[in-house]
Design a protein around this ligand. Structure first.
Ligand code: HPA
Length: 264
């Protein structure tokens, strides 16, 4: 039984921590999803590279609904996602890990729900705690044991992309309380909650956001910082897979109780 899903973001295209890996495809009502399945620590794990295995899908065109639907269909109850982010907060430095606990949604053209009316009806899911607090605690402990620079908590501002932000936008996000800026946590976190799965994003700070430093931003800078952190990400994810008790109950798994539960 597959219980853990990893969604690999920028720079994380390959589940090198898994053994006996094989490729599969699943057709969902939203389109097909290519994924890999492998084992680690006696757990069966599914891996989806969010941007495709060669970073060919930009953030605004990712099929978020298909990915989350596929993970749910495969039996996943716990999703560990990785995201590359720019930092607005000088304490969250390039190379640090952050586990966001809140988001600000500045996306523009994305479908952020499985519930569009019609047959599936209308649902208003609670996102008071949008990122699973239990998972954040486990990852924080794993990060401390590995002596990583990791912050538990922070507000993730999700932009539409694929362009980076203007310094004026970053100043506005700072005033609104944003700590990090990225392009992919929304609608992923929302859909995972609608699908009643525990979800967390491990954000890796790859740069200071536009205007925080005077230098122009480059995608190469983002990739270089990710590259330097590859071994740390791998160690962190491996340790979390070991520590996660996939049988433990969590409020994330009852998020749609009021609406009769999530149905595939
Ligand atoms: N902005 C948006 N997304 C990002 C950034 C950034 O500065 N760095 C990595 N992903």
């Amino acid at each position: 039984m597959i219980t853990i899903g990893i969604i690999g973001g920028t720079g994380v295209y390959d589940p090198s921590m898994l053994q006996n890996v094989y490729d599969k495809e699943l057709i969902t009502p939203y389109g097909s999803v290519n994924y890999k399945v492998g084992d680690f620590a006696a757990k069966s794990v599914v891996f989806i590279p969010r941007h495709g295995s060669h970073h060919s899908t930009p953030p605004h065109l990712i099929n978020y609904r298909a990915n989350i639907w596929a993970l749910k269909k495969l039996g996943v109850q716990t999703i560990l996602a990785t995201t590359a982010v720019g930092s607005l907060n000088l304490a969250m430095k390039p190379g640090h890990f952050v586990l966001p606990d809140q988001f600000l949604d500045f996306t523009k053209n994305r479908i952020t729900t499985f519930y569009d009316g019609g047959e599936r009806g209308v649902v208003h899911v609670d996102v008071t705690e949008p990122y699973c607090p239990t998972l954040r605690k486990i990852i924080t402990e794993a990060g401390e044991a590995l002596r990583l620079s990791l912050h538990n908590g922070g507000t993730y501002v999700c932009t539409e992309g694929p362009r980076f932000e203007t310094p004026a936008e970053i100043r506005m996000f700072e005033k609104f309380g944003g700590d990090l800026v990225g392009m992919t946590s929304i609608p992923e976190a929302i859909l995972a909650r609608e699908a009643e799965m525990c979800y967390v994003t491990i954000s890796m700070v790859t740069n200071y956001a536009a205007g925080i430093t005077k230098l122009p931003l480059t995608h190469a800078e983002v990739l270089d910082t990710m590259q330097l952190n590859t071994e740390n990400i791998k160690a962190l994810v491996m340790s979390v897979i070991k520590l996660v008790d996939t049988n433990a109950d969590c409020s994330c798994r009852h998020a749609l109780q009021e609406f009769g539960g999530f149905k595939l």
